[in-house]
Design a protein around this ligand. Structure first.
Ligand code: G6P
Length: 359
């Protein structure tokens, strides 16, 4: 087993480090495929994105990409809810995009089958070749991440985001909803993402030290805005899954509406705060949390954030639409180190399974 881990102590860490390569493969493997898929998607006004767990968070990022670039607002729903709540709304004019790493998640498969029965077109974004989801779907895009053994999804998430980014760019091109110059600059940016992820992995030792100083905390809060609200949700999910520390992810604007009451001396607040249209608002939210004694872990590319952070993780500057792929990396590493420091096996968290094949 040690050989399969190529010298890494856990599969999860190996898979975190494989992300630059996996993202490259996802890009190269989908250049033509997303063109065909975008032509098809362009015919539908009514679009649902369905998934569970980490794949659901990818779907939420997908919504921001679709709405910003293609001016189409998909409804993103967890598959277990979609099955029971949206049945009457699905017809031949509906497109359902199902995101599933394993292609075997019971709720996602059931939702796909229901959609097909009602005449909808189903596009799947899948990692495992030949899995059930690929047989149910009308069309499949593969994430090309390679096998993922750790229960907590890492490289399958960043490759799902890569595929969704490419799909949204191509859809915007077909629909003529964004400037071609901007779309090609985004494509160039995406090509640079594997190197940027590589550079962020260099924070690993510092993140381990940070984790050491936080190993006894009971609650973590993760805040973000816009396309990084899902990054906050996914960062919190990673922590819960493998470190068993209670964590909440939320939009920074929601802080004032309840969670602020839980902040006291030393409670970690992770602020996902790249440059972008809500940066100043995020700094305001951070200051508010800090005033209640929170320990601020700032992820960003601006001096103004460093100044208000207790610990600052410097991130590379990149178009805001590409930040979810890069900003999740330190959050995966923080969760991993906290799990190991607390004596857990991050590859096999208690009570959880890699793929949930029962409802
Ligand atoms: C399980 C796994 C998660 C995964 C979710 C959805 O809960 O532990 O890591 O995100 O299932 O799996 P899927 O294979 O459909 O993406």
């Amino acid at each position: 087993e040690m050989a399969e881990k190529s010298g890494y102590p856990h599969f999860m860490l190996k898979e975190i480090y494989e992300q630059p390569r996996a993202i490259k493969d996802a890009i190269h493997g989908n250049i033509d495929a997303v063109k065909r898929a975008a032509e098809e998607i362009a015919r539908y006004e009514k679009i649902f994105i369905i998934a569970m767990g980490t794949s659901y968070h990818a779907g939420l990022v997908g919504r921001y990409l679709f709405q910003r670039l293609a001016k189409r607002v998909p409804i993103v729903e967890d598959a277990s809810e979609f099955r029971y709540e949206f049945e009457d709304l699905i017809d031949e004019d509906t497109l359902v995009i199902a995101i599933t790493q394993s292609g075997e998640t019971a709720d996602t498969l059931a939702a796909m089958k229901l959609a097909k029965k009602r005449g909808a077109k189903v596009l799947a974004i899948v990692n495992v070749v030949g899995s059930m989801a690929t047989r149910v779907a009308d069309m499949t895009l593969y994430t090309h991440a390679g096998p993922e053994i750790g229960v907590a999804a890492t490289k399958t998430y960043t490759t799902q985001l890569t595929v969704l980014t490419m799909l949204a760019i191509e859809l915007a091109r077909v629909l003529g909803t964004a400037d071609e110059a901007y779309l090609s600059s985004l494509e160039d940016g995406l090509q640079r993402v594997p190197d940027l992820v590589e550079s962020v992995l260099k924070h690993d030792a510092a993140l381990r030290e940070l984790a050491e100083s936080l190993a006894d905390r009971r609650d973590f809060f993760y805040i973000g805005r816009g396309i990084n609200v899902p990054t906050a949700l996914e960062g919190a999910l990673k922590l819960k899954e493998i470190s068993y520390i209670h964590a909440e992810g939320l939009s920074a604007g929601e802080l004032k509406h309840g969670p602020l009451a839980l902040l006291e001396e030393g409670v970690p607040v992770v602020a996902v705060a790249p440059s972008g249209k809500t940066f100043d608002k995020m700094v305001g939210n951070v200051e508010e949390s800090r005033a209640r004694g929170a320990f601020i872990i700032g992820l960003g590319d601006r001096e103004e954030l460093r100044r208000v952070s207790s610990a600052f993780i410097e991130m590379p500057g990149i178009d805001e639409l590409l930040t979810p792929i890069v900003y999740i990396i330190p959050l995966q590493l923080i969760a991993y180190h906290l799990a190991v420091l607390r004596g857990n096996d991050p590859d096999k968290p208690r009570n959880l399974a890699k793929s949930v094949t029962v409802e």
